[in-house]
Design a protein around this ligand. Structure first.
Ligand code: GLU
Length: 325
């Protein structure tokens, strides 16, 4: 891996590099638009670049057709990225070498606990299992067997990880207590999100992460990994997430409606997303490109209200209904 330690030029402030990192497990929906729009405009307002990374490490759920749909949707919204699109499935060697580095440092261990075995373990507020550390203390013989690889957290003293988020303010989490040693390589051989995201953000020179607040409590884990690998710190801004009227996060699982790509719907969706981000309304807008250019001039992160935010109804039902009239 190149550029994994800090050199003298790290003292200079780095030019802003942002990114949008969708998982191709379905087309983009209104919730994804909030994250894409906020990260795009934040990058452009800072005179920075904006990268597109397809997070397809989950081989079972990722589909090329979803990636194609996402790219068509981004084009319709004029959310144009810089540079080549990066696909995580093509970067496994980078993740492997980071894993080897951690192994050489004694920071990881194999784990043979099955999901079933962990069913009775306590869960944190996000509903994730708090790993009890069973395999940390036993000498696991993994020869030929299925096993995952976990990161070995420092336990004594258990450390609070403190993140200063540009929207959420100061977030503190004791990862050892709230999450436990977390998975970096899954038993099915897939690289875990935490590892892939940290390696890619570093290797792509990302300085700023703007993404949904559903990922907020992943950030302390990512910070710990960044430190263990000698990577640079990133700035974070977690935008509120959109929920449906049952209070569920819009997602593929809750059957969120795909973002429409016709001119009128695109402008209506952009206006709605912009209002959700609590930014001042734009008057005369001729195209998505024009919208984004004007939005970039007006953008202020400080106006965004903290999570949880709420919309009563998923917008595209009403947009579609309006179009059918
Ligand atoms: N791939 C993640 C998602 O689609 C986003 C990861 C990130 O922005 O760090 O939810």
């Amino acid at each position: 891996m190149s550029r994994i330690t800090s050199g003298p030029d790290e003292q200079r402030p780095r030019a802003y590099v942002g990114r949008f990192a969708p998982s191709p497990t379905g087309p983009l929906h209104f919730g994804s638009l909030i994250a894409a729009l906020a990260s795009y405009v934040d990058a452009r307002a800072a005179g920075g670049s904006w990268l597109l990374r397809i997070e397809d490490v989950d081989r079972e759920r990722s589909r090329l057709e979803h990636e194609a749909a996402i790219r068509r949707q981004l084009a319709a919204f004029a959310l144009e990225h810089d540079g080549d699109v990066v696909r995580q499935s093509e970067r496994i060697d980078h993740y492997r070498s980071a894993l080897e580095r951690l192994r050489d440092q004694g920071s990881v261990y194999p784990c043979v606990c099955s999901r079933r075995l962990l069913e009775t373990a306590p869960r944190n507020q996000e509903g994730e299992v708090i790993y009890p550390g069973s395999c940390r203390v036993r000498a696991v013989d993994t020869f030929g067997g299925r096993h995952s690889i976990r990161f070995k957290l420092a336990h004594s003293p258990p450390q609070d990880e403190v993140i200063e988020d540009r929207i959420e303010g100061v977030i503190t989490q004791n990862v050892a207590k709230d999450v436990g040693d977390f998975v970096l390589l899954r038993a099915d051989g897939d690289v875990a999100y935490q590892l892939a995201v940290v390696v890619d953000d570093e290797l792509q020179g990302v300085t700023d992460v703007v993404r949904g607040a559903d990922l907020l409590l992943n950030t302390p884990r990512q910070r710990i990994l960044q430190r263990a690998l000698g990577f640079r710190d990133l700035r974070y801004a977690h935008v509120p997430i959109v929920t449906n009227d049952q209070g569920e996060k819009l997602s593929k699982q809750t059957r969120a409606i795909a973002l429409p790509t016709d001119h009128n719907s695109v402008l209506a969706a952009l206006r709605r997303a912009w209002a959700f981000l609590n930014q001042p309304a734009l008057e005369q807008v001729s195209s998505a490109r024009d919208f984004l250019d004007q939005a970039t001039l007006l953008w202020a992160v400080s106006r965004i209200k903290k999570h949880p935010a709420h919309i009563d109804k998923e917008p595209f039902e009403s947009l579609e209904a309006a179009q059918n009239l």
